[in-house]
Design a protein around this ligand. Structure first.
Ligand SMILES: [Zn+2]
Length: 477
């Protein structure tokens, strides 16, 4: 059978942790990496008789996400209990949304021009965390009750590569609107995938397999690629795909059967009687929609049109919202987009990436940054000196002019001052001078080097070279 007769159909379920200070139904902190069971109270520990109260900030962020994806926010909101037993879920149910999700029918536009429909976004609480050790398992409830938003795509994705692109775009949007930090290492973004194959032209979906345990976007792509090939082989051999959940084994680079999938009815969903129905106020929807602002794809198009940057520059500047903001702020003080971009992507990012907090650890104002780039472009600072000033300025609010004065880094460009150095060196370095005069003109670079040494690197080397040539040619005649 021809392998190309199959079309791949993928849907993704993404769980993101919403960026709030406290949990979804209690006031416990959501801070990561705290000692086990310290961010816990009777509500999130599942004591009987306690009452959950919805965190207003969670609702606001969820509405913002729904708005960014163009989802319709449902009029009447309520929560349901999803019943199952697991040692990290002391209540024996998870508060979630089932029949009526917070938002419905949105989409994520990819750079390729394709739009992946977002079927639903719904709120739920996270469970605790189990650590399996020799002799037993440890339960940490710090994560229990952390607010999660589940984002479910329609089965619109047609290749593992497109799944990767969708995730990348989704993450960037969530970071732009400050809804989640999307840090997969901390578990604040998790992804499960459904994949099935069908014959081209066929409308009916094939039997799907759910994939879990992918710890990176690349892991998702690799797991889907492996699973796609596995299903092709099964179908080509005339066998049928079994509906099941499979785990991605990253060490062996293959998916492995875990269990057959539960059906929704196994969870016995029913409305949580402890949380009343409510409707999301129109003002809140309007306010959060206004906070969405410009999304990454729109920004990329705008930057490309307005600043004529190349693709690599655009990728970097749009990839992190704070970086793009800084770029545009600096342009207000020195309107040379390509120069500013070059200095941000090169020396500036080098400094930023060395900071544990990244852009959030930066103190330099966009005005001070623009000044450094301008001074370099105008020859007031040479490359080395500009980088030195930047290294100090990144962590400071001190004016750049002051830093330059303090560090004695101003480039010497004055003809008279430089001519003095040149004459001194000519009388000190007779050997190099005669070499030059006998035709070895490259000896001039040695002489320039001597002036640079004397001025501790602050002389303008181009001007020094020109002055040497002028003086030495005079001697020749
Ligand atoms: Zn709590």
């Amino acid at each position: 059978m021809d392998q190309n007769q199959f079309e791949t159909v993928i849907g993704l379920e993404v769980h993101v942790q919403l960026r709030t200070e406290s949990k979804i139904f209690c006031a416990c902190s959501t801070e990561f990496a705290q000692p086990p069971n310290t961010n816990v109270c009777p509500v999130c520990a599942g004591y009987p008789g306690v009452l959950p109260v919805l965190n207003r900030a969670v609702l606001a962020l969820a509405v913002r996400v729904a708005s960014a994806f163009g989802c319709t926010v449902q009029e009447s909101i309520y929560f349901e209990r999803k019943n199952y037993f697991y040692p990290d879920l002391p209540k024996n149910y998870q508060i979630s949304q089932y029949k009526v999700p917070l938002g419905k029918n949105g989409g994520v536009e990819l750079e390729t021009g394709r739009t992946i429909c977002v079927e639903r976004v719904h709120l739920e609480e996270d469970a605790g965390k189990l650590t399996h050790k020799e002799g037993g398992s440890l339960v940490d409830l710090n994560r229990a009750g952390t607010p999660l938003l589940e984002i479910v795509s329609m089965p619109d994705i047609r290749s593992p590569r497109e799944a990767f692109e969708y995730l990348r775009t989704l993450k960037m949007i969530l970071q732009y609107i400050e809804a989640s930090d999307c840090d997969m290492e901390k578990g604040s973004l998790r992804c499960d995938a459904n994949i099935s194959l069908r014959r081209r032209g066929e409308e009916r979906l094939g039997t799907k397999v759910e994939l879990k345990n992918m710890n990176s976007f690349r892991g998702v792509r690799d797991a889907l690629t492996h699973e796609q090939e596995r299903q092709k082989e099964v179908l080509c051999a005339g066998r049928t795909v079994v509906q099941e959940t499979r785990l991605w084994n990253v060490d062996r680079q293959r998916t492995e059967s875990m269990r057959t999938k539960e059906e929704a009815h196994d969870y016995r969903y029913f409305p949580d009687p402890d949380l009343p129905d409510f409707s999301v106020p129109d003002e809140l929807i309007a306010r959060e929609a206004a906070r969405v602002g410009e999304l990454p794809l729109a920004r990329k198009k705008r930057f490309a049109e307005r600043y004529s940057l190349d693709e690599g520059q655009l990728e970097v500047l749009v990839g992190q919202k704070a970086l793009g903001d800084f770029f545009e702020a600096a342009l207000k003080y020195y309107s040379q987009p390509r120069e500013i971009a070059k200095w941000i992507i090169g020396p500036f990012l080098e400094q930023v990436n060395a900071l544990p907090q990244g852009m959030r650890g930066v103190s330099i104002s966009s005005q001070n940054f623009a000044k450094i780039v301008q001074y370099f472009s105008e020859g007031k600072l040479n490359n080395l000196a500009a980088k030195k000033v930047l290294a100090t300025a990144v962590l400071s609010t001190q004016d750049v002019d002051e830093i330059i004065r303090e560090q004695g880094l101003e480039q010497i460009s004055g003809e008279d001052e430089l001519a003095g150095y040149v004459r001194d060196i000519i009388s000190e370095q007779q050997e190099a001078v005669s070499q030059y005069l006998s035709g070895k003109t490259q000896a001039v670079m040695f002489l320039v080097g001597q002036v640079m040494k004397k001025t501790r690197g602050n002389a303008n080397p181009k001007k020094v070279k020109a002055l040497f040539e002028k003086e030495l040619e005079k001697k020749r005649s």
